[in-house]
Design a protein around this ligand. Structure first.
Ligand code: ZN
Ligand code: ZN
Length: 651
């Protein structure tokens, strides 16, 4: 008998094999087959692809004891069409490593739901849970919204508990950065067993163990980053997407997809409910609630009625900027009152390193990356300049064009290291630490620093965006936002949304245990619109206005976008190929093609990048036509073409 087998390589169709001695092969069966000179693992697929080519059909070698749920095949087919990724490459993500199939692994014991502590729901939480339950156990999407500290987690824990009781598997998706020990512990305390943790850094053995026990259905609860969406669950009954607004659900390199949106597709295909949780929803989700596509439930009160932090605006003047001083005297006075009480202060600045750019006093030269079209950032602890895109590092000694000595660089703009040194001069006796990815490369360092913070051994913390996530610092009662003008943060259509999210999360870090917590915003523009929105703290109003703006400009969610990125080692070729592709694509009906334009960061890792942006009506599914057309176009082998459906990153 002939059977279609999809191979986890860059093919969009299954290959034909003979079933040989295996007569119980069904779609989803995992098999090994001869492929070229190799042996390859594949999955029996649902449909035979017609082909006119004649070649010798080979026979299946082995059948694994593992098999995919047949709904998974439907999901992979859908994922492939939607994101314009070959089916084989999607399958590859589900199959993981070949060793997953061979060696058997430890048993996983994830049984017994026994709560160690008693967690009582308050009235509001109980009501919310009841609402969620009323939406049933078939496919639907529900948004669970609540301010930081309102106890959303406990509500969805209860929902998870019910699914587990029905013997269903449950997946909780989290942005990778949130998968902290603190968070995992909460699960353990609540459910009385360890959830399986899945992210990019777990060991191979652990990976195999989880994979095998997921596919055989023994493992019930997984807490994972976006890649856990590609686990072959046997009997999935619920996906919770926590922090649903977080843009890191979108994978921006390799295979591009949005894990939140694909989780919803998976729920729809396998017919189970999806629960999205956040304190401020993404505009897309907000709009889907407004137009009735998603269910909605909200927690209004902060747990135990803690109040939100107070705010203070400190207006900076340009004179300070010229002297390269970034902390105002008014800020220092506010900060001192907290330090005197032995409470922690955080200086927040979303910029790594010491200075984002430097100019030579002699020749006026700037340091740019040799691989990318961006300035290098000076890192004082490394005594080197670094590119934040490709990681290129260089000494800053170079012959000056004017003075015949070495260039004498003047540093401009603040980075976290600059703030650190500024603070060190003012508070020499205080313990000041930096929390940014450059200083936390090792797991142990991170753990030590977090412990020191929790035990109040750190007085002042200087941190990047890393700090706004998931951590819980009991003594932190004052936050200084060094640059509330968000300068240098780049621009895309979601800038305002991202800033609101960031500052909302920050305010969640302060004063979880105190009533007189404070956030200080330093700004050159005290009447700026984004800052006004933040201080007003009227999220409904912000989301409503932002929706109107998007509608007026015909941007998502009122239209759909697909970006095409053409990159090449050759500057001219990148652009001319883009023009050629545009010309071909313009035959497509009802699709606007914007561009070609050079990417805002034109050169990355020595590749010149040109972009096209396709815009079309939100009810049109343009992927199929686009896919067909792209296959027809004779694209130069020297360029790399990337398709990004629903792009979030426009750099
Ligand atoms: Zn670079
Ligand atoms: Zn110079």
């Amino acid at each position: 008998m002939k059977v279609p087998v999809l191979i986890p390589r860059i093919f969009d169709h299954p290959h034909t094999y003979l079933s040989g001695k295996f007569n119980k092969l069904k779609p989803g069966s995992i098999v090994s087959v001869p492929f070229g000179k190799d042996e390859e693992i594949g999955v029996i697929w649902d449909r035979q692809e017609e082909t006119n080519r004649k070649f010798k059909i080979k026979t299946i070698l082995e059948k694994s004891k593992f098999s995919f749920n047949k709904n998974l095949i439907k999901f992979i087919n859908w994922f492939s069409v939607y994101n314009l990724v070959p089916k084989g490459m999607v399958l590859k993500m589900f199959l993981g490593d070949k060793s997953f199939l061979k060696e058997s692994s430890d048993k996983f014991s994830q049984v017994k739901i026994k709560q160690k502590n008693k967690f009582d729901l308050n009235k509001e939480q109980a009501k919310s849970l009841q609402e969620i339950n009323s939406f049933g156990n078939n496919f639907s999407v529900t948004l669970l919204q609540g301010v930081t500290g309102s106890g959303k987690t406990i509500v969805y824990f209860e929902k998870i508990k019910e699914s587990l009781k029905k013997n269903k598997q449950v997946l909780v998706l989290l942005p990778e950065i949130f998968l902290t020990n603190q968070f995992n512990q909460r699960f353990e305390e609540y459910f009385g067993f360890k959830p399986a943790i899945w992210h990019s850094k777990i060991t191979k053995k652990n990976r195999r163990n989880i994979w095998q026990n997921i596919i055989n259905g023994k493992l019930k609860l997984v807490l994972g980053a976006r890649s856990s969406l590609f686990l072959p669950f046997k009997n999935l009954g619920l996906i919770v997407v926590d922090e649903e607004h977080d843009t890191s659900y979108k994978q921006d390199d390799g295979i591009r997809y949005n894990a939140r949106d694909m989780a919803i597709s998976r729920g729809s295909i396998e017919n189970f409910p999806i629960l999205l949780s956040t304190s401020i929803p993404s505009l897309e989700t907000y709009n889907n609630v407004k137009n009735g596509k998603y269910n909605f439930t909200k927690l209004e009160k902060r747990y135990k009625n803690f109040s939100l932090p107070n705010t203070e605006i400190v207006s900076l003047n340009l004179d300070k900027k010229n002297k390269n001083i970034w902390i105002d005297i008014k800020t220092l006075n506010l900060v001192r009152t907290y330090l005197e009480k032995n409470e922690q202060v955080l200086f927040f600045l979303n910029r790594r390193g010491y200075a984002p750019f430097m100019i030579c006093k002699g020749c006026g030269g700037k340091l740019e990356c040799k691989n990318c079209s961006i300035f290098l950032t000076f890192h004082k602890h490394l005594k080197k300049a670094m590119c934040h895109h490709c990681g290129y590092k260089t000494e800053i000694n170079r012959k000056c064009g004017k003075t015949k000595l070495n260039c004498e660089f003047q540093m401009y703009g603040p980075g976290v290291e600059k703030i650190f040194y500024e603070l060190k001069q003012i508070f020499p006796e205080k313990n000041i630490r930096i929390l940014s990815s450059d200083f936390l490369s090792k797991k142990k360092e991170t753990k030590n620093l977090l412990e020191d913070i929790e035990k109040n051994k750190v007085n002042i913390l200087v941190g990047t965006q890393l700090i706004s996530k998931g951590f819980n610092f009991p003594n932190l009662n004052c936050i200084v936002v060094v640059d509330a003008d968000f300068s240098g943060m780049g621009f895309d259509l979601r800038s305002a949304e991202k800033n609101i999210q960031l500052y909302n999360q920050l305010s969640g870090r302060a004063g979880r245990f105190s009533k007189d917590s404070l956030i200080v915003y330093q700004t050159f523009d005290p009447s700026g619109k984004t800052l006004k929105n933040i201080l007003e703290n009227n999220q409904e109003k912000f989301l409503h206005e932002e929706t109107l703006l998007r509608k007026e400009k015909n941007l998502p969610p009122f239209s759909r976008l697909i970006a095409i990125i053409i990159s090449s080692k050759n500057e001219k070729e990148s652009f001319s190929e883009a023009q050629k592709i545009k010309k071909n694509l313009s035959q497509l009906n009802k699709i606007d093609i914007l561009g070609p334009v050079s990417s805002p960061i034109f050169k990355i890792k020595n590749n010149y990048r040109t972009r096209l942006l396709l815009r079309f009506n939100k009810d049109l599914f343009a992927q199929k036509a686009l896919h067909k057309m792209l296959k027809k176009i004779n694209i130069s082998k020297k360029i790399k073409l990337t398709v990004d459906v629903d792009p979030l990153n426009f750099s």
